[in-house]
Design a protein around this ligand. Structure first.
Ligand SMILES: [Zn+2]
Ligand SMILES: [Zn+2]
Length: 97
């Protein structure tokens, strides 16, 4: 079973995004961004992989499979070098080698 890392911060602006945050957005590689960056400079696309960003699901604390208590969120902060200054162009994803 693959489990989301639930990274603790926005890769662009380093804002805290705790596992219960509904402001977190992720791509399929789980690059993680806040709502402001996703709807602002990123325009809905991950600057790393050019995939689309979607709201991150919230992992419950407990529940039948254990939730956060058993599968805690990542504490390893990931920050993008240079931040995010340009809107990614998703059309490049088709041609990039
Ligand atoms: Zn951000
Ligand atoms: Zn990505």
């Amino acid at each position: 079973m693959a489990i989301l890392e639930l990274r603790p911060n926005c890769e662009c602006c380093d804002r805290d995004l705790p596992p219960d945050s509904r402001e977190a957005y992720i791509c399929t590689f789980e690059c993680t961004f806040c709502h402001d960056c996703t709807t602002g400079v990123l325009d809905g696309h991950c600057p790393n992989c050019l995939g689309n960003l979607t709201p991150r699901p919230v992992r419950p604390l407990a529940g039948p499979v254990g939730g956060l208590a058993k599968y805690p969120a990542s504490t390893k902060r990931v920050l993008r070098a240079g931040g995010c200054n340009a809107t990614p162009d998703p059309s490049l994803a088709d041609t990039a080698a």
